[in-house]
Design a protein around this ligand. Sequence first.
Ligand SMILES: Nc1ncnc2c1ncn2[C@@H]1O[C@H](COP(=O)(O)OP(=O)(O)OP(=O)(O)O)[C@@H](O)[C@H]1O
Ligand SMILES: [Mg+2]
Length: 512
Amino acid sequence: MSLLERVRNQGETEAETGAPAAGPASPPAPQGSRLAGAVTEAAEKQEAQRQAAAPSPAAKAAAPAAGPGWRERAESARQQEQRHTTHPQYSVIKSQVTQALLEEYSDVSKAPRDTLVAKIGELTGAVLEDLSISITRNDRQRLVEQIVNDILGLGPLELLLKNPDITEIMVNGPDQIYVERQGRIHRYPAHFDSNDHLMQIIDRIVSSVGRRVDESSPMVDARLRDGSRVNVIIPPLALKGPTLTIRRFSKDPFTIDNLVEFGTLTQEMATFLRACVRGRQNLVVAGGTGSGKTTTLNVLSGWIPDDERIVTIEDSAELQLHQDHVVTLESRPANIEGRGRIGIRELVINSLRMRPDRIVVGECRGGEALDMLQAMNTGHDGSLTTVHSNSPQDTLSRLETMVLMAGADLPSRAIREQIAAAINIIVQQARLRDGSRRVVAISEVQGFDGEKVLLQDIFVYQQEGLDDDGRVIGGFHAVAEPKSLPDLKAMGEPVDPAIFHDPQPSAADSAA
Ligand SMILES: Nc1ncnc2c1ncn2[C@@H]1O[C@H](COP(=O)(O)OP(=O)(O)OP(=O)(O)O)[C@@H](O)[C@H]1O
Ligand SMILES: [Mg+2]
């Protein structure tokens, strides 16, 4: 039995029992009403209300899309979404159009897109006539657009992917789509026809970047041409049906000005971090999933001077550096026979033979931490990476565990000494309850006392409460003067010590 058949069977079993094999059941839609991208009336109202509500300043502060014209693009995508309603007989119309199209073109993938779009328009007209359905010109245009998206494009995802306002798309089987906008997760009122339909769209997405997902490789990580990161996991590993997660990145990556404007950090914190990067301090950006580590790493990397050779190492190349002299390395998963895997660690080791001035590792997750620390300790000052952790102290523990994962039989003391010598600054980031991202601490590693690594907070964010709309109230505080100031000065990056003493008005306050 082919995978598609199995996926389809599972979908049918679910439809029969009214519940997926596990996990919370989404309300089973009657088969006839499972229209691709169908929008229920209630959900439509909910979406209209949401769109009518003007974004609050804080929501604007958390607004993740940037770059010239993004607001216009977001608005036009929103309007298109609103138009994404379907005729009650959509599935009948679509299936007749599809059938007629396949009769004319044995292989749709070989025909030019424009011809197909024109043909779909023509066939839709004919089908509407056959079924004696009369609709307005505008409605018909929408119907054609939607059929084109379903047959040739990415179905309900097509509009979402065009909307720069959406930063994450999460599809949990055919019936559930969630999106993240302005840091908050919303249910998107559309669904796919079936598991089969969703699998076709997934196939389209992954095959467009030369990957495939099937029984032998049921999990795929890929990067789309627009830079978005895609993860797919399908049954039997995912019990609810094919599951797709797309992390969108703005075409124009965030700048430090954007982050300050969003209230992620203050201008003073930015000034200090800039001096640290230019003054060749080794930095770790730490935080939880989706807390904005990669985004901050990208901004920090942007400060590396143009005359330095940078080697970036990532699982899927997300960093977008503007410097000229950049070598981008990407790890490779094992092939079907389980061979050929090249991990981050091998790439870090290899990069040391490439005469890098700086090494930027997208994320340290395992044994590469040891090589990274060694690199930082042996002439590759100013290297940058991210670590998944919840606090600066936790970052140190994670690093220690990761070094042990390298298989080196080193005593804890030696590892801590190595960490203390290598890392200068930890930039701790968090995604707060209201969806905003903040640098919750900038901490300096100040040495090793023979037992533990000494950490000193330089700036912290203090959350003081929530306002009536559930938005976080708080402020940034300067805590201490870093010990690295003389070193930074010696590197030609003097920083005014005043910014570490006088409590500055916080970005959060000024954004609110
Ligand atoms: N400072 C910020 N303010 C608002 N949104 C942000 C900010 N930084 C990142 N984002 C958005 O949050 C999402 C997650 O960002 P990013 O990929 O940088 O996080 P991450 O911590 O690297 O995630 P992961 O743990 O999955 O690698 C992205 O869609 C990004 O556009
Ligand atoms: Mg990341």
